[in-house]
Design a protein around this ligand. Structure first.
Ligand code: SF4
Length: 453
C-alpha cells in the first residue's frame, strides 16, 4: 500500500530539466570525483596494509577486478574517456606489462593477499582493440596473479568493427561470460556524424559471430539523442535492436561532458546548448525503447537497462559496484574502491606506465568516504536500480533511510518520482528516466555543485 508523504517538502535543488548543456549528467559514484584529492592517496596505502573487514552483518565485501584498456580505433565525438588512437604494438605491450606489474603489486598487500575474485570487467576504451595474441598474453598473466576460478561473471566490452569470428571465439575461450557490444545506433549516417568507427554492416556480422561463439550473455549498448538523431531514426534503431533479441540492452541518454570534441566544437562556435535533443525528448525516446522491449517480454531493471530474463541475466559487476564491493581497478585513469577508500589512477599514459615501472602504485587521487557518505552512496546507487529495501539498509548501516531522508523522499514522492510501499522505496518509470537528476536531492549540501564533475 502506498503511503502519503509524512515530512514537509523543501525547495527543490534540482538543476534545469530541459536543454542539453555541457557537463557530466550521469552519477556513477559518490562523493563526486571533484572531491577526490592527491593528498588523500596515503589513505589508500594505509587501507592496503589491513586485511579486509569480515565483521559486517553481510560478511566481508566481495572482490571485483576492473581492467582498463584505453585504446580505440577512432575517438567518438561524444567520448569523455581517456583513449589513445595512436599507440603502436610496442606501446601496447608496455601497457599490458604495466597492468600485470600493477596487479602483482596489489595482490601482495594484506588487503588482497589470498582473496578470490568474484567478477571481472574489461572496459575502456576498447578491450576488443587488442589482438588475440595480446589478449592471451594479458589474461594468462592476470590469471597467474589472481586466479579466475571463483569468478561468476567476466564482462568484456567490444566495438563491432574490431571483431572477427576467430577473435570472438578466442574471447569466449578466455572465459568471458558477458559480451557487451557498443552498437550505440544502427543508422550509418548517425554513426558517422558522431565519429563512431563502425557501421551497421559490422554490427550484424559481429552479433551473429558472437551468438555462434556461445557467450552466456550478450548485451548491446544504445545511445538516445546522438547528433542528428531524429524521431524516425531512433524508432528504426529500436526496431532493429528488438530484432536481435539480445539478453540485455543498456540505453544511455546523450550527455556532453567538457572533455569531448563535441564540446570543443560548441565552444569554438560560442554555443551554450549542445546540438542534440533536449532531456525531455531523450527520456521519451528511452521510454519508447523500454516499451518496445517490454512488448516482447523484457523487464526494465534500472534507469538504463532492460533484460530479457531477469532470473538468468545478471549484472554482477554493476551490482557489486553499487553495493560497496571492493573493486581492484588497474590501468590508466581507472577508478577503484578498496578497503573503504575510493581511488583513481594517473590519467595519462606516460606517467601511468613510468610510475608502475618505477615500482610504485600509479594512484593519482583518492578519498575515504565518511560513514554518512557511504550510506548516501549506496542509497543513491540502489535507487538507480529502481528501489531500495528500507529494512535491508537499516540492517546494513544501522539507520532507516525513511527517517534519514524524510525530506527529499517526501519531495520526490510528491512529484510522482517515488512510490513508498511499506518497506520498499520504489522509483516510478518517470523517476527512473531522470534518476540522475533527482539523486542530487540526497547529496550533502557541499556536494551539490550543480553539475556532477
Ligand atoms: S569507442 Fe567508446 S571509449 Fe572509444 S572513443 Fe568511442 S566512446 Fe570513447
Amino acid at each position: 500500500m502506498s503511503v502519503a508523504p509524512t515530512a514537509p517538502s523543501r525547495p527543490s535543488t534540482l538543476p534545469p530539466a530541459q536543454a542539453t548543456t555541457p557537463g557530466n549528467y550521469f552519477i556513477t559514484n559518490y562523493p563526486p570525483f571533484a572531491f577526490w584529492k592527491p593528498e588523500f592517496v596515503p589513505e589508500l596505502f594505509d587501507a592496503l596494509e589491513r586485511p579486509p573487514e569480515t565483521g559486517s552483518p553481510e560478511g566481508g565485501p566481495p572482490l571485483g577486478l576492473y581492467v582498463h584498456i584505453p585504446f580505440c580505433r577512432k575517438r567518438c565525438h561524444f567520448c569523455y574517456f581517456k583513449v589513445y588512437t595512436d599507440k603502436d604494438s610496442s606501446e601496447v605491450r608496455a601497457y599490458l606489462d604495466a597492468l600485470l606489474a600493477e596487479l602483482a603489486a596489489y595482490v601482495k598487500t594484506p588487503a588482497l593477499a589470498g582473496r578470490r575474485v568474484r567478477f571481472i570487467y574489461f572496459g575502456g576504451g576498447t578491450p576488443s582493440y587488442l589482438s588475440v595474441e595480446q589478449l592471451r598474453y594479458l589474461t594468462e598473466g592476470l590469471k597467474r596473479l589472481l586466479p579466475w576460478d571463483a569468478a561468476e561473471e567476466i564482462t568484456f566490452e567490444a566495438e563491432p568493427g574490431t571483431l572477427s569470428e576467430a577473435k570472438l571465439h578466442a574471447i569466449r575461450a578466455l572465459g568471458v561470460t558477458r559480451l557487451s557490444l557498443g552498437i550505440e545506433h544502427f543508422d550509418d549516417h548517425v554513426l558517422e556524424i558522431n565519429g563512431r568507427a563502425h557501421r551497421s554492416k559490422e554490427i550484424y556480422r559481429a552479433y551473429r559471430w558472437a551468438q555462434e561463439a556461445g557467450f552466456p550473455q550478450i548485451n548491446i549498448d544504445l545511445i538516445a539523442g546522438m547528433v542528428e538523431e531524429t524521431e524516425d531514426r531512433w524508432r528504426e534503431t529500436v526496431a532493429r535492436a528488438t530484432e536481435l533479441r539480445p539478453d540485455s540492452v543498456t540505453v544511455y541518454q546523450m550527455e556532453v561532458p567538457y572533455n569531448t570534441t563535441l564540446y570543443q566544437r560548441m565552444k569554438a562556435e560560442g554555443r551554450l546548448v549542445a546540438p542534440v535533443a533536449d532531456w525531455e525528448t531523450k527520456r521519451r525516446w528511452v521510454d519508447h525503447a523500454y516499451r518496445e522491449f517490454e512488448r516482447l517480454g523484457y523487464t526494465v531493471t534500472s534507469g538504463t537497462t532492460v533484460v530479457r530474463d531477469p532470473a538468468r541475466v545478471k549484472f554482477i559487476y554493476r551490482d557489486g559496484l553499487f553495493s560497496g564491493a571492493d573493486i581492484l581497478a588497474i590501468g590508466v585513469a581507472s577508478f577503484g574502491h578498496l578497503g573503504g577508500v575510493h581511488y583513481q589512477n594517473h590519467h595519462d599514459f606516460g606517467p601511468y606506465v613510468e610510475t608502475v615501472r618505477a615500482g610504485r602504485l600509479p594512484v593519482y587521487r583518492a578519498l575515504r568516504p565518511t560513514p554518512e557518505e557511504r550510506y548516501i552512496r549506496e542509497f543513491i546507487l540502489q535507487l538507480k536500480l529502481g528501489g531500495v529495501s528500507a529494512s535491508r539498509f537499516a540492517r546494513k548501516f544501522g539507520a532507516d533511510p525513511r527517517a534519514q531522508f524524510a525530506g527529499p523522499l517526501a519531495a520526490l514522492h510528491a512529484q510522482g518520482f517515488l512510490v513508498m510501499d511499506g518497506d520498499r522505496i520504489g522509483v516510478t518509470r518517470e523517476g527512473l528516466l531522470q534518476i540522475d537528476r533527482l539523486l542530487l536531492e540526497f547529496f550533502k549540501p557541499e556536494h551539490r555543485t550543480g553539475r556532477y564533475a
